[in-house]
Write a protein that binds this ligand. Structure first.
Ligand code: NAD
Length: 476
């Protein structure tokens, strides 16, 4: 049984969650304890008590902790990648890459702990010196979704600790295994008791307790729009600092002058890999009229040939859907797309594989319009709408006609169009001839409009959220 890590102790009751493998429903990955509201209260209290000392820890102490975690994640990425693939369903190579990325993130923020700087400014008053410094915020509540069970926790926990905050971390109920493995490494990293705490369990109990407790100074959340908006409203009552990373309906524009192979690679990678369960997935393929038929035919052929199967099988390209409710949501959107008059060219069905699991064939809807629900709402599965555009200007207008603004992309060989698109697209991230999903770990990540709220995550920009600024005036 895997317990919670609270105030330097493994604790928990017998309220457990079976972590089930979506590739093989007979396979139980492990049993994980769900925290009670009292236990969350204890974790917050421990973090609150640990903070005064930890906030004064040296950059070297923080570097050593984060470097230790990063080194171990990188050394164990094959083993932890297998665990991640078993609990979430992404393929083994995708899962190993995710653990590797988590390791690199910890290494990056180990260095950032040493690099935090401030400003020394001449005062407008004679004899006075002004210093602007960054200080930790206090206790940070971290709430994460199921689709990146170790990378998203890493890119929140590592900067929180690097800048001297204490952490209470609540992973998604569906995938506690990778989170627990990360917490286990952190438990041996040399952190004082209470600085880092793991509380697994339900959003309505554990997440709610974090958001409403006045001792938690900031909440960083990644997940769905509805949950995020609710958290923002509750946290505002306590004047907490809030960072939200929410959904996407990311456009990939394909122009007549694009290289067809590049466009197909970007579309397949962006729309279907990780089973389409990425906030940065290319769910809207906006294709210029002159290349529409060629692109759509080739896309349907390639999509139908993708091998869906057990996440750990060597030849699997697309793993199962993460759970039964997400599978049902995918099926519901296939019915919605059909009713709306889009043409289903391939996929959209449940599949039988060698083990009982949530298997679903990647789907391409042609003749979609940007007003259909399948083009406006986040499906969070391997389902792509292909939308016709008259020309570049029309494609750009369609791409921006969405309530979201996370990632975006264009396939073109025109430097002029690429340059214009990079400036005109209303999104936090923009890709030229590379997929909308798949980002570097050392630069900012985040969106605009309905996709995000608050400062960016990752890279050195992470300090905006995880620190507060102090201005000091000194007269000698
Ligand atoms: P979700 O909103 O259902 O859950 C996210 C987390 O919030 C979970 O840990 C959950 O237990 C917790 N939670 C639920 N109710 C809560 C409450 N009332 N108070 C506090 N916490 C609560 O999201 P999900 O289904 O786990 O993840 C899928 C969603 O995440 C998709 O919409 C996807 O786009 C989004 N996502 C966004 C990004 C990004 O960076 N923009 C990255 C990955 C996933």
């Amino acid at each position: 049984m895997h317990k919670n890590w609270i105030n330097g102790q493994w604790t928990g009751t017998d309220n457990i969650q079976h972590n089930r493998n979506p590739s093989d429903l007979k396979d139980i990955v492990g049993d994980y304890v769900r925290a009670t509201a009292d236990e969350v209260d204890g974790a917050i209290g421990a973090a609150h008590a640990a903070w005064p000392d930890w906030s004064l820890s040296t950059p070297q102490q923080r570097f050593d902790v984060l470097d230790f975690v990063g080194t171990e994640l990188l050394a164990r990425k094959a083993e932890l990648g297998e665990l991640l693939a078993r609990e979430e369903g992404k393929t083994r190579p995708e899962a190993i890459a995710e653990v590797g990325r988590a390791g690199q993130i910890f290494k990056f923020f180990a260095g950032e702990a040493l690099r935090l700087t401030g400003d020394a400014v001449a005062s407008v008053r004679p004899g006075v010196q002004v210093e602007v410094t960054r200080e930790p915020i206090g206790v940070v509540g971290i709430i994460t979704p199921w689709n990146f069970p170790i990378a998203i926790p890493a890119w929140k926990i590592a900067p929180a600790l690097a800048y001297g905050n204490c952490v209470v971390f609540k992973p998604a109920d569906l995938v506690p295994g990778s989170a627990w493995a990360l917490a286990e490494i952190l438990s041996r990293s040399g952190l004082p008791a209470g600085v880092f705490n793991l509380v697994m369990g339900r959003g309505s109990v554990v997440g709610h307790a974090l958001v409403t407790d006045p001792r938690v100074n900031a909440i960083t959340f990644t997940g769905s729009v509805g949950t995020g908006q609710g958290i923002l409203q509750q946290a505002a009552q306590h004047q907490k600092k809030v960072q939200l990373e929410l959904g996407g309906k990311n456009p990939l524009v394909i122009l007549n002058d694009s290289d067809l192979e590049t466009a197909l690679d970007c579309a397949i990678q962006g729309a279907f890999y990780s089973t389409g369960q990425r906030c940065t997935a290319s769910s809207r393929l906006i294709v210029e009229r002159g290349i529409y038929d060629r692109f759509t035919d080739a896309l349907a052929q390639r999509t139908a040939a993708l091998r869906v199967g057990h996440a750990l099988d060597a030849d699997t390209q697309i793993g199962p859907v993460a759970d039964a409710s997400q599978l049902q949501q995918n099926l519901d959107y296939i019915a919605i797309g059909n009713d709306e008059g889009a043409t289903l060219l391939c996929g959209g069905q449940t599949l039988e594989c060698r083990t009982p699991g949530h298997y679903f064939s990647p789907a391409v809807f042609a003749d979609a319009t940007n007003n259909m629900r399948i083009s406006r709402e986040e499906i969070f599965g391997p389902v792509a709408s292909v939308i016709r555009a008259d020309d570049y200007d029309h494609a750009l207008a369609l791409a921006n006609d969405t309530e979201f603004g996370l990632s975006s992309g264009i396939c073109t060989t025109s430097l002029q169009r690429a340059t214009h698109f990079k400036r005109a697209i209303q999104a936090g991230m923009v890709m030229v001839n590379v997929p909308t999903a798949g980002v570097d770990y050392h630069v900012p990540f985040g969106g605009r409009k309905g996709s995000s709220y608050g400062p960016r995550e990752q890279g050195r920009y992470a300090q905006e959220f995880f620190t507060v600024v102090k201005t000091a005036y000194t007269k000698a």
